[in-house]
Design a protein around this ligand. Structure first.
Ligand code: HH2
Length: 261
């Protein structure tokens, strides 16, 4: 899954693709690089990010989705707002990536059920504004697992087919470095929920906490954590640098004995 951020303030690429033409060109490039899904977002979820109105989020994302629909990849909309999700599905998206896991706008579950589209349910403790203040868990993996199980039930109750649900531990969303490490180490326990796991480590601050790097200089850490997440059972990796991640996964797969390409 390649990231297409149509925002002025995303933590690693804010402002680069705010213009629809630039975002569409970037999406084409990520598809050529090997992305099978493009995750289009119009609002940053970084800690302390400014909130964006529905109209603004639709104005940012809809033209980009229209421009990328039909190029041979699936498109997901990274939003927690019903109206933004609906506009995106109308424009050609087929997956809703909701970082609030239907807690922001529960009607997104009804919408996904009616349209029979995919739904990503992500774990987050707190809200983007507050999440990094003092994250705390009894056992981070058990707590995240219970949350994702409960949110899956809520989505199914809203009408979403269980087969169309993907689960995400939400790396960096209300977690300390040790919480993130524990989740990545014990990913197989989350796979026991029986749904595909999506993991997003790309350029995140936990990498900087390990080696002091800035967001624009975390490719090595992104690749290491993505490959290990895949080896531990993640099926979808959300990354900004698709070419490098695709090559790393091919090589790792070849070494581990997967089909050679
Ligand atoms: N991470 C980000 C945004 N959306 N969605 C899912 N399912 N999982 C993630 O890990 C995830 C996500 C943060 O990355 P980015 O989009 O680059 O930054 P920003 O939120 O600042 O736009």
């Amino acid at each position: 899954m390649g990231v297409v951020n149509v925002t002025p303030d995303s933590f690693s690429d804010g402002g680069l693709y705010l213009d629809a033409e630039a975002a569409i060109a970037h999406g084409h490039e990520l598809a050529r690089d090997g992305a099978e899904i493009l995750d289009v977002g119009g609002e940053s979820t970084r800690p302390g990010a400014a909130e964006v109105s529905v109209d603004e989020e639709v104005a940012r994302t809809r033209p980009v989705i229209e421009g990328l629909a039909g190029i041979g990849v699936e498109i997901s909309i990274d939003t927690s707002k019903l109206a933004v999700a609906e506009a995106a599905l109308d424009a050609g998206a087929s997956i809703v990536n909701d970082v609030t896991a239907l807690r922001g706008d529960p009607e997104i579950g009804v919408l996904c059920g009616e349209r029979r589209v995919g739904l990503v349910l992500m774990h987050m403790q707190g809200t983007p504004r507050t999440m990094q203040a003092s994250p705390a868990y009894d056992d981070v993996v058990d707590d995240v697992k219970a949350f994702l199980a409960e949110r899956t039930e809520a989505a199914v109750a809203a009408g979403v087919e269980e087969e169309l649900i993907w689960l995400d531990p939400g790396i960096g969303f209300g977690k300390t470095l040790e919480h993130n490490m524990e989740l990545l180490r014990r990913l197989p326990e989350l796979a026991e929920l029986g749904r595909p796991l999506l993991v997003g480590t790309s350029r995140k601050s936990f990498i900087g906490k390990i080696d002091g790097s800035e967001a624009g200089d975390r490719l090595g850490g992104t690749i290491a954590s993505s490959v290990l997440a895949a080896a531990a059972g993640a099926e979808i990796l959300r990354v900004h640098d698709v070419a490098e991640a695709a090559q790393a996964l091919k090589v790792a797969g070849a070494i581990l004995g997967g089909p050679s390409q």
